[in-house]
Design a protein around this ligand. Structure first.
Ligand SMILES: [Zn+2]
Ligand SMILES: [Zn+2]
Length: 235
């Protein structure tokens, strides 16, 4: 594996434990953060111009929050840990999966932990086309888009900060950090949620970590899924 960021790169949390402010400062130096913040601001303005909030907005927001643990679980299990397969001589693999395999082999490189920017832009465009078609009116379409933007930003920030050396104080935040670190450093087949773990709880991937053997492939996902070692690009 080729390391994307040098050993002394500021994209690696080194030295004394980072503060939240230091982590936020570093997060804001990545273009994904600015794309997500821009989309959040645009959708917040769009929703505020679309009229007052009503009960149906609450239902839409609650539905997005309720689905998010399962979305994280499904994407992590079936896309990020995708097992490349050959169909009619062509290898089916995804940029997201390649990047995630590199992320498992070098979890200390904060740049590799960001989702591929191309995926982020394409997903944003897909949502912008989808929700106006699916929702009964423009205001609810803006609500849906605002939820997508908020959840995307929270997800990217949470995943980023979990990989820094920030030491959280709140027990709930400590648990979020611990679960994702167990996924990376103990066994890659468990703890598939990142911001929420209801999916893990209901789908059987939130065990007592003392009962789980350390996996030899937690740092070598390519081997676990039978993929050729690949180099990542940070596009
Ligand atoms: Zn991670
Ligand atoms: Zn993973």
């Amino acid at each position: 594996m080729i390391r994307v960021s040098a050993a002394d790169s500021p994209w690696r949390a080194q030295g004394p434990a980072w503060t939240w402010a230091h982590a936020a400062n570093r997060f804001l130096r990545h273009h994904n953060a600015w794309i997500l913040i821009s989309v959040f601001v645009v959708t917040a303005i769009g929703r505020s111009l679309a009229g007052p909030l009503g009960f149906s907005d609450l239902i839409v927001a609650a539905a997005f929050i309720a689905y998010q643990p399962f979305q994280e679980w499904l994407i992590h299990v079936y896309v990020l840990h995708w097992r490349p397969r050959r169909v009619f001589g062509i290898t089916i693999d995804f940029e997201l999966a390649r990047r995630h395999r590199h992320h498992h082999s070098d979890p200390g490189d904060l740049r590799v932990g960001f989702m591929p920017t191309r995926t982020l832009v394409l997903a944003s465009l897909a949502h912008a086309l989808l929700w106006p078609l699916v929702m009964p009116d423009g205001a609810l379409a803006w609500t849906a888009l605002l939820m997508v933007a908020t959840i995307g930003l929270v997800y990217e920030w949470t995943h980023f900060v979990v990989h820094t050396s920030v030491v959280p104080r709140h027990p709930w935040v400590q648990r979020v950090f611990r679960y994702h670190r167990l996924h990376h450093f103990k066994n890659e087949n468990y703890w598939m949620g990142v911001t929420m773990h209801l999916g893990d709880r209901l789908l059987g991937t939130l065990p007592d970590q003392r009962a789980v053997p350390a996996s030899p492939t937690a740092r070598d996902l390519a081997k676990a899924v039978g993929a050729a070692p690949t180099e990542v690009t940070l596009a």
